[in-house]
Design a protein around this ligand. Sequence first.
Ligand code: BG6
Length: 491
Amino acid sequence: MGFKKGFFWGGATAANQYEGGYLSGGKGLAIQDVITGGDGRNNIPRRIALKLADGTTTFIDRRGTEVPAGAVPYVDENTYYPSHVATDFYHHYKEDIALFAEMGFTAFRMSINWTRIFPNGDEAEPNEEGLQFYDDVFDEMHKYGIEPQVTIIHFDLPLHLATEYEGWLDRRTIGFYMNYVETIFQRYKNKVKYWKTFNEINFCRDYTNLGITEANSHPEKVEQAVFHMLLAAAKTVIRGHEINPEFMIGQMINESEYYAEDCNPEAAWKRIQDKRSRVFYTDVQNKGFYPEWKLAELKAKGIEIKMEEGDLETLAKGTVDYIGFSYYSTSVSSVRKDAKRTSSNLESAVKNPYLKANDWGWQIDPMGLRIILNELWERYHKPLWIVENGIGAIDTVEEDGSIHDPYRIDYIREHIKAMKQAVDEDGVDLMGYMPWGCIDVVSAGTGEMRKRYGFIYVDMDDEGKGDLHRSRKDSFYWYQKVCKSNGEDLD
Ligand code: BG6
């Protein structure tokens, strides 16, 4: 059996971590452009420089501390910001796409920078230079028969929308976003068929994604903003199908498995609760309504979501065509207070003694991928697409320039085997596989460059030093065989 004909083999990136050119070609400032680098292994967080309402300035941990009301982020000239150059797709796209083609990619996932199209987010007219850039990129991909898969928002919000409107808290942001969506759908309707709305929508609960101040102490603001985002996602699906009925518009969720720690029924119940941080979003975007437990939870917290007439119908009508998800590692559902913890993707996890972890503590679990594929398929019966997977690791460049990364090959090989079992033995409908950071990009969690995922190495370090030249790692040649054999040759 094996993977179906037309299965998409490729890789995934995001504009804020890859593109650079942060003010080039008329681009405006996004929140991502005011987030500093950090150091994940030494627990130094990424930060944001703020001008406070009383005129003083300060730096805050971009996730641990909430942005106070009235504070305005700014670019501190003595600080390094990794998104500004990133790994410079903006100036290297031709070279990079040629390398993807050489590897045998049939699809490539990227995101559009909202601020390249609408620099402030609320303009009526788009920035032509920004639109032209993506036209050129898509043309270059089609030259090699590579299908674009576009994320409309990848952890991306124009800074102006945060400071002037409190981002997604304000319903007007849905209108600004839909103007952006209308613009890119009309412009690229004959070049892009596969779209995704919000990257890892389940992680969009803080200032950097929602643009709301006092997020930690005001859960009602977070829930309102998330509702606006879900509504915007549903509107995107509806409008997209009107513009081009061929469009396939998916959701994008971060998936992780939670294993009940033992046969204590309390641990089994904890697992159900832990999984709800994902199930809420997959239910809304596939079934078209808020699950009953979520409504009960909001009621218990005294949170009432403000809605307008027709909103519930929009949610019901705008369900997705496929489920795109990222998968890196898993966790354990434990009811013990002293359970040992480790880090994971933008959250912390409970340690699993059966699993090994990478240098950043993310637990490696190929079987978890098979479990997730089965759970999603059984629950929704929608085509699935793995749009991120991979291992962040420190690579060493040898004297002769070669890079030996057997750990990366092992990780991906074992995950492809799990995918194959899910397809062959469990009957899961899987559309494609796009390992994360197929070319080295800035880490989203830590802002580091040394945490690398790529098959292609980029000469750039954690301080922004490097000449950005590209080179092929051992995994490049291995993944080339995988792509070209439709996943049959994994040796
Ligand atoms: C996902 C994101 O959370 O995981 C990516 O969609 C991110 O943007 C990836 O880069 C890996 O995380 P990190 O922190 O290692 O870059």
